[in-house]
Write a protein that binds this ligand. Structure first.
Ligand SMILES: NC(=O)c1ccc[n+]([C@@H]2O[C@H](COP(=O)([O-])OP(=O)(O)OC[C@H]3O[C@@H](n4cnc5c(N)ncnc54)[C@H](OP(=O)(O)O)[C@@H]3O)[C@@H](O)[C@H]2O)c1
Length: 318
């Protein structure tokens, strides 16, 4: 049956792909953004237009998620929520009775914590919060990781205290790579492409000055997982979370590109870059069972992004 799904973050890499998958599956989709301009970017995107959603798709502008009552009108008639927008403060607890289920897009850093342990971590791992939780940070990553850890802990507490009538699950991805239909030209591909910016660095001769964790999921798998988890029916007073991150070494980015597009490499459209990997151990074997298929490989994500880049440059893919 068609659900009415509210998606936050739909003007970003992950939320946009979930939005496409939800429309394609026949659901009604309402999505939030902070600006009219970004809403237009979504409605005018060719991937959206191809699906011809008509009045099954509508934007709602919420300039400040944290404002009192910010979600009041957005939640009317909504049965399911996917919260893929960042940052991730959740609306204050005002239980719209129509809501049945909420999915929050987290990150494996919420399980790994500020310093990844040598042991295997899973979606149910809770990294201990620093005490007290800092409010100033040395860099953006420290702030980001702390925010994700706090959200995970706060949601556990919220469920315990409020025993809400709706269920909540987290979808917890590693770095997300794959074709981003919102990147409209070769410059956007390198600068406004969320995590794909890192892949682009590795294939266009740039150097990332710090390591990023080596856990990956393909954007197609992640979008499917969100919709799969959205319609599961777990018990109401527990969080059931679903992590997904395959081990990768970013030192292989250029090798994948070279193998798939030797002529473009020879012509100088691609150059070996340097993206250092911070090795991690993350267990996500149950996700393949849930999706009923093998997860897509890192190679396929790299080749897809490199192919999209050539397409934007107007270069033949070879
Ligand atoms: N990409 C990854 O590799 C990765 C990995 C693990 C987890 N995640 C998580 O997945 C989620 C989405 O990531 P993404 O890669 O799709 O990000 P993205 O492409 O940068 O998009 C971010 C989205 O969040 C919204 N947003 C940003 N700041 C906001 C704020 N202050 N208030 C409300 N909305 C805000 C933006 O909406 P508007 O600007 O239109 O308002 C946009 O739609 C985030 O929670 C991120 O932490 C991402």
């Amino acid at each position: 049956m068609a659900a009415t799904i509210l998606i936050t973050g739909a003007t970003g890499l992950i939320g946009f792909r979930i939005l496409l998958a939800a429309i394609a599956a026949g659901h009604n989709v309402r999505y939030t953004t902070r600006s009219e301009e970004k809403a237009k970017m979504v409605s005018s995107n060719t991937a959206v237009q191809k699906l011809a959603p008509g009045n099954r798709l509508s934007p709602i502008i919420i300039p400040d998620f944290g404002a009192d009552g910010a979600f009041d009108s957005a939640l009317q008639g909504v049965t399911h929520i996917i919260h893929a927008g960042s940052p991730v403060p959740f609306p204050t607890y005002d239980p719209a009775t129509n809501v049945q289920r909420v999915i929050i897009t987290s990150s494996i850093v919420s399980n790994l914590g500020l310093a990844p342990p040598p042991t295997t971590v899973t979606a149910s791992t809770r990294a201990p919060l620093p005490s007290p939780v800092s409010t100033t940070f040395g860099d953006v990553f420290e702030g980001y990781i702390t925010g994700k850890m706090v959200e995970l802990h706060d949601t556990d507490t919220f469920i315990k205290i409020n025993n809400p009538h709706f269920t909540i699950s987290h979808v917890i991805p590693g770095y997300v790579f794959g074709c981003n239909e919102l990147a409209l030209d070769s410059v956007m591909m390198q600068t406004q492409n969320s995590s794909n910016n890192f892949l682009m660095m590795g294939m266009t001769g740039n150097e990332l000055p710090f390591p990023i964790h080596g856990g990956f999921v393909h954007i197609d798998d992640l979008a499917d997982l969100h919709l799969r988890v959205l319609f599961l029916e777990p018990e109401s007073n527990v969080t059931e979370d679903f992590g997904v991150a395959e081990k990768v070494d970013y030192g292989t980015i250029f090798d994948h590109v070279e193998k798939a597009f030797p002529k473009a490499v020879e012509a100088g459209f691609f150059k070996r870059g340097k993206v250092p990997t911070l090795p991690i151990n993350y267990g996500s074997s149950d996700v393949e069972k849930l999706l009923g298929r093998k997860l897509k490989s890192f190679n396929s994500a790299v080749v897809e992004v490199a192919g999209q880049y050539l397409e934007k440059l107007g270069i033949e893919k070879a």
